[in-house]
Each structure stands twice: as C-alpha cells, then as structure tokens.
Design a protein around this ligand. Structure first.
Ligand code: ZN
Length: 144
C-alpha cells in the first residue's frame, strides 16, 4: 500500500506508550486497571485517578469522524503532490472520550462528513535507518 501522504513521509519516533498504536496493526487504547478510565494519548499516569496500573486493550477498530479538515496548502515540500488531503479526528468505538488523528483514505476527501462511520486500515512502513516496522492506523469509510 502506498501511504496516504507518501512513502517518504516522516514516521513518528516510537516510545513505550505509542508503540502499540503505531506497530500492532490494531487500535489499542490505554485503560486504567483501577478505575477503567480510557485515555488517549497514553501516559504513565491515569488522568482520572492518578493510578499507575495501566494496560492497553484492543478496540473493535471502528469509529466516527468527529471533525475533519481538507488541507489545500502544502506546509512542507513533500506534501506538494498530496494536496488536497484530509485530516480527521476519529472517536474510537469502545473507548469513551478517546479520539485519534488520521486520514480517511479510499474516497474523495470532500465526501467525508462529520459523523461518518469509519474503520481502521493500516499502512505499512519501515524506518530506513532502524529497520523498525510500522503499521500506521488510518481510516476508510464504513457502512453505518
Ligand atoms: Zn484510573
């Protein structure tokens, strides 16, 4: 699969907290084992109870478009060939209050509406320096 923003587009540096999101091939959200609070992005501390017993849970991989913007101005030279492209904030089914940012692929960007059902798809990438493999969550429209 060619990546939505190009195969050379920058990869996020991995940390213990974001590695499940960018490499697992599933939508994983961090939950507090003490109070069941879901939080995104993951952190070392529960935002609700300040507990430290946190674990990732695999979500169904579906969600809804909460907000979207169609970008027409390439803010970086490597994006000149990619405009217009769509950035969406997707609320994650199964994780109340949690949303992630991504692109909605496989459709005309102007057809993506607020509230649209989406499902996760994963772009493959490899860091040319480290050899680290990525499965980057992206989104495509799904039936309601
Ligand atoms: Zn908690």
């Amino acid at each position: 699969m060619t990546r939505y923003l190009g195969d050379d587009f920058l990869l996020p540096p991995l940390t213990p907290n974001n590695t499940p999101f960018f490499t697992s091939g599933s939508i994983q959200i961090q939950f507090c084992e003490d109070c069941d609070h879901a939080q995104q992005p993951p952190d070392d501390l529960c935002y609700a109870c300040q507990g430290t017993r946190l674990a990732f849970r695999v979500m169904p991989g579906t969600g809804r478009v909460e907000s979207a913007v169609l970008v027409h101005h390439p803010v970086h030279p490597m994006l000149v060939e990619r405009v217009p492209y769509l950035i969406a904030i997707v609320s994650i089914d199964g994780a109340p209050g949690c949303s992630v940012t991504g692109n909605v692929m496989g459709c005309a960007p102007e057809t993506v509406e607020i509230g649209a059902a989406v499902r996760a798809v994963f772009e493959t990438a490899e860091d040319p320096k480290s050899g680290q493999k990525y499965l980057i969550p992206q989104w495509e429209l799904a039936a309601d």
